[in-house]
Design a protein around this ligand. Structure first.
Ligand code: FES
Length: 69
């Protein structure tokens, strides 16, 4: 997942991925370019959508970084 990349590359993004991918935060919220959003292999699950609803600045191309591969 994108969260794995951030962790494995030791990227220092303050607060990103606070729940470590257990879908209980929205700190991994990312806003994708439309063309990147369209290339994702899977749509957001109901659980991801529920958590996205709590994300700050939600857009039509928002996803949670811990859920996208
Ligand atoms: Fe918490 Fe993605 S890391 S929902």
């Amino acid at each position: 997942t994108l969260l794995d990349v951030v962790v494995n590359q030791d990227l220092n993004i303050e607060g990103f991925g606070a729940c470590e991918g257990t879908l209980t935060c929205s700190t991994c919220h990312v806003i994708l370019k439309q063309q990147d959003f369209d290339r994702l292999p899977e749509e957001a699950s109901d659980e991801e959508r529920d958590m996205l609803d709590l994300a700050y600045g939600l857009t039509d191309t928002s996803r949670l970084g811990c859920q996208i591969t």
